[in-house]
Ligand binder design. Sequence first.
Ligand code: PEP
Ligand code: MN
Length: 343
Amino acid sequence: MTIKMERIWIAGPCAAESREQLLDTAAQLVEQAQERDFSLHYFRTGAWKVRSTPDSFAGAGENALPWLQEVQKTYHIPVCVEVMNAHQVELCAKHDIYAVWVGARTSVNPIEVQQIADAVKHSAFTVIIKNPMIPDLKLWIGNIERFLQADIRRVMAIHRGFSDVHENIYRNAPLWHIPIELKVRIPELPILCDPSHLCGNVEWIPEVSQLAMNYGFNGLMVECHYHPEQALSDVGQQMLPADWADMISHLDLRNDTADLELVKQRSTLENIDNQISTLLYQRMKMVDEIAEIKRKNHIAVVQPQQWQQVVKRYAKHPEDPSYQAFIERFLELLHQSAIERQK
Ligand code: PEP
Ligand code: MN
């Protein structure tokens, strides 16, 4: 007997902008999902947005709550909203909002998370906890435990990627082994992926969503907007409802219980590949800058002794001759490509 894995689809705009935007986006999401024979489980939006700069659009705030109540009543879809403090929890409760989530910025602060946990204690709220911006699994688990201890029956987690001090090809680096380790530690906890904040662009969302499904994630939270090009926040990463529904209906959903140990190893490899490709890209950009300095100062492109020293420094694996041969070939390729680029 195969046990069907629970899948949860959450979608909706980054920020609550207007009544029309929320109701129209919700209408399209529900209709598009229905046409493809699946359900939207929660409608998401941020009434209050945490923005990096003071002049950015910060959401419609409390005004959005009656609009969201209308979404819930009209389409019978539970709504989830990000909360950062007890007062916002209170306002959500007053407007019958079904679910709340803790964002990546709040998730780094256990004091604030505990205040939210105290505010939702013994309530019927579904609570979703995003990973903290920093890759700290203990902190993420601690946040989850605060809500379990607050007697919240429906607790879920979301992997939205991590801030990276290095330039990464993703908006937030997907350190897959961290949510997978979370799954190992708390197997009954549904873990979703948020490919929107992870990728930072719509183009990569389908691929990353499929990867999350392959790794055994329980669902997705995807940013969708009825006019993505006019979005007041996170423009470029919000999908059209039709594109979202199309993507969900094309996901390859396997029900077999994957070997978690193997999934963990694979995800660690994926993480290493991401780091390698990010570093190689950074290196090529650096090569371009050096080429410009050399050109300005009339310095020769190739300086052979310097490169031989690099090879000597990094190809030091006599205990593993085949790896030694590989790294020499790899460094040679790197060198040749840099020379070609400089020319
Ligand atoms: C969001 O989901 O709108 C959001 C702000 O996400 P995060 O907390 O993951 O940055
Ligand atoms: Mn957003």
